[in-house]
Write a protein that binds this ligand. Structure first.
Ligand SMILES: Cc1cc2nc3c(=O)[nH]c(=O)nc-3n(C[C@H](O)[C@H](O)[C@H](O)COP(=O)(O)OP(=O)(O)OC[C@H]3O[C@@H](n4cnc5c(N)ncnc54)[C@H](O)[C@@H]3O)c2cc1C
Length: 442
């Protein structure tokens, strides 16, 4: 009987879970190691309404499995859930159903990946490295364990690793000491305990991505209820409008958010003071009293401006953790920290609209280390335009490459309106080391 190949997934976010789901019918022995709980990162921003509707966030297989258990995550596929709803109604039920039941090992953090009896510098770029299995070191509480696998998918995201807020992306002097006064996610201002930290205070918001837009709109709403609230919004860009609109944007929530944030960035609300082209030079926390305000120096147009604020919301983006695979032959982009070939393709795009991005070829997703793939949000590195829908397409591409059949189509992203390709019909699945079997359909 043919030996079943072992496939290890790092991270049980949306893309990791879907990858595991798609590996199982292909005959892999699958294990998912998750540092926290299933959907941990999505739950961290779970109060935020998603841009993408249900039908873009779920695979047809996932919905098929849930359907057979009588679970229907949504009534209208064009409606968009909050992150929390998406985890509660889709990811968690999926984790608890066969075939994923018992596959995910939660509270287990992968620390490092290497190859058996092989060092980073051995056989550079040689496919023969694949003759040795991966050795994956994971920690679960105080326990450390080694897992072996022939294929490793690093789908560990970037969300937990926030960047520094100082000028030039390094820590501002005093940033570390002010840590307890800095929120690095999108605060949930609907929670009274959280809102109380901001209401009636002076807040510095830093950043100009979609998270910063969400925070700006939410803080403006809070300020309208608590008029003593004052918000300073610092961002590097001087572009007007700050958030370019996508003509006839099919992601209507994104469009509404951008329109609202653009108005605030242009000074439409007297309680929000925008500082375009500005940088945080330093943060000082007077030691005299725990309640003392922070003194922040902003550099704007070459001039320094001193402001006293109570709290800082730093929405300045995330960066991937390269330490996990530092003993493997992985080629990263020096600008985005994503895998080089995909990064080059993404950098070649203008505008960065996440709905009109390059389709990932197997070559773009591969790197010098055979059998090791970085997928999901982490594959985009510091580029923040990743959507789950792109991850579903990556899964299709990677499993086709692993099966050695570019026409293999698991119909992963049918509900995400993936463009059909010529020759993708009539799929058949070749399990690793086994016979051909009919493709699994949801
Ligand atoms: C505010 C906000 C709103 C967003 N809205 C949307 C949206 O509307 N639509 C959309 O498609 N995308 C949206 N995104 C992007 C979204 O985060 C991703 O599309 C999605 O979460 C990516 O899934 P993933 O599985 O690649 O990574 P993640 O969801 O980040 O999951 C990674 C998982 O890996 C685990 N992990 C990390 N390190 C380790 C380790 N060392 N060992 C083991 N496990 C580990 C984490 O705990 C986590 O569970 C949004 C992001 C933010 C911040």
């Amino acid at each position: 009987m043919a030996h079943r190949r072992r496939l290890l997934v790092i991270g049980a976010g949306p893309v990791g879970l879907e990858a595991a789901l798609h590996a199982l019918p292909l005959g892999y022995e699958v294990r998912v190691l998750e540092a926290g709980r299933v959907g941990e990162n999505v739950v961290s921003w779970g109060h935020v309404p998603m841009f993408s509707p249900w039908e873009m966030n779920c695979s047809s297989q996932g919905l098929g499995i849930l359907g057979r258990q009588g679970v229907r995550p949504f009534a209208d596929g064009r409606a968009a859930p909050t992150g929390r709803e998406y985890v509660a109604r889709y990811l968690l039920p999926l984790r608890s159903c066969p075939p994923l039941l018992g596959i995910v090992q939660e509270r287990t953090r992968v620390v490092a990946v290497s190859r058996d009896a092989t060092l980073k510098q051995d056989r550079p770029g040689d496919r023969a490295r694949a003759l040795r299995p991966f050795r994956v070191l994971a920690e679960s509480g105080v326990r450390q364990e080694i897992h072996e696998a022939e294929v490793v998918l690093d789908v560990s995201g970037t969300y937990g690793r926030t960047r520094e807020l100082g000028n030039g992306g390094i820590p501002a002097p005093g940033e570390k000491e002010a840590a307890t006064c800095i929120d690095r996610g999108v605060p949930d201002l609907e929670v009274p305990r959280v809102a109380a930290r901001f209401a009636g205070r002076t807040i510095l918001l830093v950043g100009a991505g979609h998270s910063a837009a969400t925070s700006a709109v939410a803080l403006a709403a809070l300020a309208s209820r608590h008029p003593r609230t004052r918000i300073l919004w610092s961002f590097r860009s001087t572009r007007v409008p700050l958030y370019p609109r996508v003509p006839e944007d099919p992601l209507t929530r994104r469009d509404a958010l951008c329109a609202g944030a653009n108005r605030l960035a242009q000074g439409s609300d007297p309680r929000i003071e925008p500082y375009p082209g500005s940088f945080v030079e330093s943060i000082a926390r007077p030691r005299s009293s725990a309640r003392a305000r922070l003194e922040v120096i902003l550099k704007t147009g070459g001039r320094l401006r001193r402001e006293r604020v109570d709290r800082i919301v730093a929405n300045v983006g995330y960066t991937p953790d390269a330490s996990i695979h530092s003993e493997l032959q992985v080629h990263l982009c020096y600008a985005t920290c994503g895998p080089i070939k995909l990064a080059a393709a993404l950098l070649g795009e203008d505008g960065g609209d996440c709905l009109s991005q390059v389709q990932p070829s197997a070559d773009r997703l591969s790197n010098p280390e055979p059998g090791f793939y970085i997928l999901g949000a982490k594959s985009y590195g510091r580029n923040s335009t990743f959507l789950i829908r792109a991850g579903l397409e990556q899964i299709r591409t990677v499993f086709a490459a692993l099966a050695g059949d570019p026409r293999l189509d698991l119909d992963v992203a049918r509900l995400g309106h993936r463009p059909k390709r010529a020759g993708a019909a009539a799929p058949a699945v070749r399990p690793p080391g086994g016979d051909r079997v009919p493709a699994a359909r949801g």
